[in-house]
Design a protein around this ligand. Structure first.
Ligand code: PRP
Ligand code: URA
Length: 208
């Protein structure tokens, strides 16, 4: 199995509780997603390479450090969009490349409908963003697309995962680390995460 990082940070657990609550409205839901994305970014970027840079403070010359390489955010439409703003708060120069997938309700397999990646990769690290890792099919398909594109360094960043999704994704892409807020109990007969939060896209966009 690949690397799986599960946040146990008290702020994450507090915000996740608010996010899951069925009485949380779309506006609050989007704000919580933005805040949770910042917490996830902090954890998912802990090992990013740095390069030395010479600067002068008002008092002295010193060697500081800055992030090395280009970072690409790859939100899986629709629900992954809700994580972009929070990541951008911390890394405002990150490029954003959208991948459109929806899960067919009968087969539960991902169906691709949007992909405008340029011919050559433009980034050194891709952060795939999707709040829900249920069967793992959508995340696996997205990483398949990114690897065919030529991306070498990829991380998956999500909010709630099912054990089934973690297992399937890790088998398909053992080289891609997973960063999630929490791993829930199981998938129900419709492949929804239980207890989960319901449909992440509908709750964000008010389309339930
Ligand atoms: C949700 C979610 C993931 C996918 C997870 O998207 O945002 O992309 O389901 O399920 P999986 O791990 O079993 O593939 P959905 O297909 O509902 O589309 P939406 O974001 O446009 O609502
Ligand atoms: N997609 C969602 O939005 N929620 C789930 O629980 C599973 C897939």
């Amino acid at each position: 199995m690949g690397q799986v990082h599960v946040s146990n940070h008290p702020l994450m657990l507090h915000k996740l509780t608010l996010l899951r609550d069925k009485d949380t409205n779309s506006r609050q839901f989007r704000e919580l997603m933005r805040e949770i994305a910042m917490l996830l970014t902090y954890e998912a970027t802990a090992d990013l390479p740095l390069t030395p840079v010479d600067i002068e403070t008002p008092l002295a010359a010193m060697q500081g450090r800055q992030l090395q390489g280009n970072i690409g955010l790859v939100p899986i439409l629709r629900a992954g969009l809700g994580l972009v703003e929070g990541v951008w708060e911390l890394m405002p120069s990150a490029e954003v490349w959208h991948i459109g997938l929806f899960r067919d309700e009968q087969t539960l397999r991902p169906v691709e409908y949007y992909n405008k990646l340029p011919i050559q990769p433009t980034v050194d690290l891709c952060l795939v963003l999707d709040p829900m890792l249920a069967t793992g099919g959508s995340a696996i398909a997205t990483v398949d697309i990114l690897k065919r594109w030529g991306a070498h360094s990829i991380k998956f960043v999500g909010v709630i995962a099912a054990p089934e999704g973690i297992e399937n994704f890790s088998k398909a892409h053992p080289d891609v680390p997973i960063y999630v807020g929490v791993i829930d109990d199981h998938l129900n007969e419709n492949a929804y995460i239980v207890p989960g939060l319901g449909d992440a896209g509908d709750r964000q966009f008010g389309t339930a």
